[in-house]
Design a protein around this ligand. Structure first.
Ligand code: ATP
Ligand code: LTN
Length: 326
């Protein structure tokens, strides 16, 4: 039997190259080898305020993004988290096994509560427990995510073990899967911070929907390091990040790219990088625009059915073990 992967992204706005290179690209690479479930985590998205109409639109657009990126809708399952109510139910039970200090130390919570000072709600704090429920409901073996999610996967492992210990063997203990180069794509305007869709400046990220003109402008204006040469080195974080993006999109090794720009300047490198991105996103956007809403709704409906049947079975076992009347 194939091992299972499970991952998800929040439908909270335009995806950027960091999301694609850190997450979706790896899903596409892994989907043949694994039984794959890809979720659109709308329950997570509402931990920061969402406009209902936009949330609905973003949910459909994210499903399209998965498909246009190459997720095989015949073999993989794509579904919307809120349509399988077991996620919230298991989340509640896992809450009672989670200790406050385990959530208090989460970097994402610290960052997000800084960003949303006016709305530090209990859901934002509890976010990693719901994520653990997502993962554990499906006996997930492997969770492909960007590096920023490692702490959360670690909590899912802890909760699986804790539940198993307290109530007998129930959950598979999952492992994170992280690709080194894609693990953290940094902001184009600030290579010290990760590329983020909630960044304050548009120059931080390249959205998957950006036009060729916008891409060229953003790459041209991306910050660079001191010096003139194209070097792939830790003390050149800006160029290192740009080389990573180039290498991942071109399926090349960063060292080979460094080699081929020996003696050449930033301008030439940036021009070429912009064209690599324009090409890649041109292809992506053509596929995206080809997908119609009706097909996406059908795919999500099938996904809901598959998700529901797996999750319902798991929850029966959980309820029995916890001591709820069946
Ligand atoms: P925000 O920055 O607004 O919180 P986000 O861009 O981090 O949102 P998420 O929905 O939290 O988006 O992340 C979706 C997936 O993309 C996760 O697996 C995450 O690890 C990955 N990811 C996000 N940003 C990056 C990045 N800069 N580099 C690599 N992977 C990333
Ligand atoms: N927390 C993740 C999104 C997410 C997820 C998951 C990823 C929610 N549930 C389960 C993997 C598995 C994020 O912010 N990127």
């Amino acid at each position: 039997m194939k091992k299972r992967i499970f991952s998800g992204i929040q439908p909270s706005g335009n995806l950027h190259l960091g999301n694609y290179l850190g997450a979706v690209k790896n899903w596409v690479a892994l989907q043949k080898e694994y039984d794959s479930i890809f979720c659109i985590v709308d329950l997570h998205a509402i931990t920061v305020p969402q406009n209902p109409e936009e949330l609905r639109r973003n949910t459909l657009e994210l499903a399209k993004t998965y498909i246009a990126s190459g997720i095989d809708t015949q073999s993989a399952t794509i579904f919307v988290q809120s349509q399988v109510s077991e996620h919230a139910e298991l989340g509640w039970i896992l809450n009672t096994l989670t200790k406050m200090p385990e959530l208090d130390k989460m970097t994402q919570f610290k960052d997000k509560s800084q960003e949303h000072r006016e709305n530090i709600n209990a859901g934002l704090f509890d976010y990693p427990v719901l994520m653990a429920a997502d993962i554990l409901l499906y006996d997930t073996n492997v969770v492909p995510v960007g590096e920023d999610q490692l702490q959360h996967v670690e909590l899912a492992r802890t909760l699986a073990r804790r539940f198993n210990h307290q109530f007998r063997e129930t959950f598979t203990v999952p492992e994170a899967f992280i690709v080194k180069e894609g693990m953290r794509i940094m902001g184009l305007d600030d290579p010290a911070k990760k590329m983020s869709k909630s960044a304050s400046s548009e120059l931080n990220y390249i959205a998957l929907t950006d036009s060729p003109e916008k891409i060229r402008e953003k790459v041209r204006r991306a910050v660079t390091d001191s010096g003139k040469s194209i070097r792939y080195a830790d003390d050149k974080p800006a160029i290192r990040n740009l080389i990573n993006i180039y290498a991942l999109l071109d399926n090349a090794k960063p060292e080979d790219i460094e080699q081929s720009y020996k003696g050449k300047g930033y301008a030439e490198f940036k021009n070429d990088l912009a064209e690599v991105i324009v090409d890649f996103l041109g292809n992506f956007q053509a596929k995206y625009n080809d997908i119609n809403d009706k097909d996406v709704l059908d795919i999500l409906e099938t996904g809901r059915g598959k998700g529901k049947s797996l999750a319902a079975k798991k929850m029966e076992d959980v309820r029995e073990k916890v001591g709820f009347l069946q």
